[in-house]
Design a protein around this ligand. Sequence first.
Ligand code: ADP
Ligand code: MG
Length: 621
Amino acid sequence: MAHHRKYIIKIASGTVIYALGIVWHPNNVYISLAVFLLAYIIVGGDVLLRAVRNIFHGEVFDENFLMSIATIGAFAIGEYTEGVAVMLFYQIGRLLQNYAVSKSRESIAALMDIRPDYANVRRDNGDIERVAPDSIAVGDIIVIKPGEKIPLDSTVIEGTSTIDTSALTGESLPRDVGVGDELLSGCININGVITARVIKEFGESTVSKVLDLVENASTKKSNSENFITKFARYYTPAVVITAALLALLPPIFIAGESFSEWVYRALIFLVISCPCALVISIPLSFFGGIGGASRQGILVKGSNYLEALAYAETVVFDKTGTLTKGEFNVTSVTPHGISENELLELVAHAEGYSSHPISQSLIKVYGGQVDLSRVSDVESVPGRGIIARVDGMQIAAGNESLMEMLGISYHAHPGGSVGTVVYVAIDMVYAGSILISDEIKNDAKKAINELRGAGVRETVMLTGDTDVIGGRVAGELGIDKVYTGLLPDGKVARLEELIKEKSPRGKLIFIGDGINDAPVLARADIGIAMGGLGSDAAIEAADIVIMTDEPSKVGAAIKISKKTLRIVKVNIAIALGTKGAVLIFGAAGFASMWAAVFADVGVAIITILNASRMLLVKAKR
Ligand code: ADP
Ligand code: MG
């Protein structure tokens, strides 16, 4: 604001001197020149300075340069009042633009107002102290009062409350939490007082990751932005050369034409050729799109990804944890030469270190405390299962293909067609099987339908699971193609083929939970990670993160992308159309320099207002 005030004072005092010059109207040319020159320098001195400085930096043809020669030219042909006026309008326009841009940046910053200012830490003696969140260590105990932001990712140890997660997820329904539940930093505690144990330090907490993502998003430029930079590089010099020809050729070759008339027309050319409307409004549109998406719990890591979404042609899903909940219920346990409890206990321990949804579910079903000191030599076999030593015994737990890999003969689980079977072997001897089944996410079907509505040509599912399960899930959801029994490298190979099959312009999106599929996430044109609320690896590898784990957010993201691109295209058309018209009128002598300035400033403001519509994208209620 202080910056704006300085600007306003400068423009106001320049205007006063300018008005004085017009009212007084000195007869002496030199006095008149001196007065208007003074006004000119007060108003436009910084533009001249920047023009000179940029020439030394090798950026000759920028808007400062154009405004400088246009106005100096006006002075040179004796049009002092017009020279000052053009500079005045240009500066007023810039002031309005800066104001609009900083307003929209502020509103994005407000959207992202999730950074906690403090944390209440409970000391060993019971004292509660208010400290900076980044001074807190893992294991510290914090107290969160009603209305406060959750400062660090933590687990509830006392109390119950309702949590508003909307800032992170766009999800308006508050979530109830109690002892044992995990709290994500950045959410707001609505009613109860809760005490929680910190599980991640501030820099590693969700709130820091989300802020990093959004702040760095604008460094990755979209093609539209790169196009404008390139465009300005050719467009501006072309206009300057045309202006020079316009000023020189007609007076030389056409009898009776005066230099001053044609120089004047050439100057209009220069004023109108400023590409500032595009240069400011296009990045602002993307910025707004990214902000709007993050309000719905969709974090986009760069303008380039937001742009690419609009061209989505093939959408590839992982199954477990992406289309299905990844929360398995145990349907039946068939122990073999061991008790059911012992079997579950050994398996839960073998799976103790793994974050795979199957592991988590098996641990939950066991119910007892997993003592990791009993576990050693853990080897996870992606797409197959896990091998680990528990109490000195080697435990292998996984699918048929794990058993076959180890050469262990097993009994097919009775009724194995309804769910995923985990086969277990102890010291290479078959010890039974556990039938678990997963559920399809509530919005999965809607997600697939929406994609079709958004112009996606093909939906595909890749899974490490069996034909039966994969086929059933795909059939239920209406997915076009399904590939089953894939190991992680098989998924990459499949993806490569799908990339070859699509059209060159179309983009391939892969959506996974980041467990066993980080390579595919990285290989796709656009990698979207589920489990934004959990897995760190996924947040790192993906281009877009869906905080709510809802596959239907993919369709929403494509819609935001298309809307952003529509606004960008309209802006390009408005700017180029108006400028083209004024260029022609100016060259033909029908437009004054005033018209040129009005057109330039007006177009900039219209396009910026249009771009800020992107900020109005509402979180879905
Ligand atoms: P998806 O491709 O559906 O996400 P994964 O590639 O993660 O599945 O796993 C494929 C299959 O490998 C699972 O369906 C399961 O049979 C087996 N599997 C993978 N990890 C484990 C594990 N930790 N414990 C038991 N079985 C596992
Ligand atoms: Mg998976």
